[in-house]
Design a protein around this ligand. Structure first.
Ligand SMILES: [Fe+2]
Length: 306
């Protein structure tokens, strides 16, 4: 299964109350004690937060963190203008996120709520898959609050606040993307089987995270994973582009830690809503088995998968 959750660095809370974030050996911040301490502080704030009784914690971002946000915002702006689908661009314009400082999640909610009814809450890192989707069904997005390491501002191996907010919040400011995302969350509440849940997560991955869409003759991106990645946004058009197809999206297998080599293109917003939106609206526990049989029949999966 592809889930972004696999990309988050594990977080542990020690008995003395300190919080440690375990970065991979190849992470740019791995040898930086100040960065590691900072990651622990920010994860600790989310761990200490109790939903319902408190405001989402405010992080006092440093000048360096604001500088990373500003740099990425500035570098992504012309790439968005060139490569993002107009549905995303219009939503981004309406949301009007700051580009000169890291917004607090409360500020993101303050902007998003009147537009599409979504709110942002904080997460220390990985949120269990079913909890993450259940919240989507309630128009609530679990977001990390940390920033990538300052030595490589245009790269992150894990979803940071730049991905969560520049990628997802701009997208969720579109009523149409917001409805599709909510439908994925609502679907999770109906599903008991893990296979069906996996199917929803896979289709979500190839649409909301890494979706592309034609606009006239031009292929544009709308997926949050592409639109928050300085590298991927300049490469997606060179990938293998397939038609939207939930049986294919739900059974394709590959590495999530590299640029996505196969992408699925919608012909229009209406086409995306008809295929992916309707899938999320109707998927049930039997759908996964039916799609697996279809994938075998069409040669997308070997016979042994049935
Ligand atoms: Fe994401």
């Amino acid at each position: 299964m592809f889930t972004e959750g696999q990309l988050y660095s594990p977080v542990t809370e020690h008995e003395d109350g300190t919080v440690e974030v375990h970065l991979a050996d190849t992470h740019p911040g791995r040898e930086d004690p100040q960065y590691l301490r900072r990651r622990g502080e920010i994860a600790g704030a989310a761990l200490a937060w109790r939903r319902g009784s408190q405001e989402v914690p405010t992080i006092e971002y440093t000048e360096q963190e604001h500088a990373v946000w500003s740099r990425v915002s500035r570098e992504l702006a012309p790439l968005h203008a060139r490569f993002a689908h107009s549905e995303y661009l219009t939503a981004k314009e309406r949301l009007g996120l700051p580009t000169d400082h890291v917004p607090q999640l409360a500020e993101v909610t303050g902007r998003l709520l009147p537009l599409t009814g979504w709110r942002y809450v904080c997460a220390p890192g990985l949120v269990p898959l079913r909890d993450f989707y259940a919240d989507l069904g309630d128009r609530t997005f679990n977001s990390t609050q940390y920033l990538r390491h300052g030595s490589q501002p245009l790269y992150t191996p894990e979803p940071d606040i730049i991905h969560e907010v520049i990628g997802h919040a701009n997208q969720l400011a579109s009523p149409r993307f917001a409805a599709i995302t909510e439908a994925a969350g609502q679907a999770s509440l109906r599903l008991e089987s893990e296979e069906a849940m996996k199917l929803v997560a896979d289709v979500f991955w190839f649409s909301i995270e890494f979706g592309v869409m034609y606009e006239g003759e031009d292929l544009k991106a709308y997926g949050a994973g592409i639109l928050s990645s300085y590298g991927e946004i300049q490469e997606f058009a060179h990938m293998e582009i397939r038609d939207l197809d939930v049986a294919d999206m739900g059974t394709l297998n590959y590495d999530i830690t590299v640029y996505q080599p196969v992408l699925f293109a919608a012909r229009s917003m209406g086409h995306l809503e008809d295929v992916v939106g309707d899938f999320f609206a109707t998927v049930d526990d039997d759908t996964a088995a039916a799609l697996r049989s279809e994938a075998v029949r069409r040669g997308l999966l070997p016979m042994s998968s049935q």
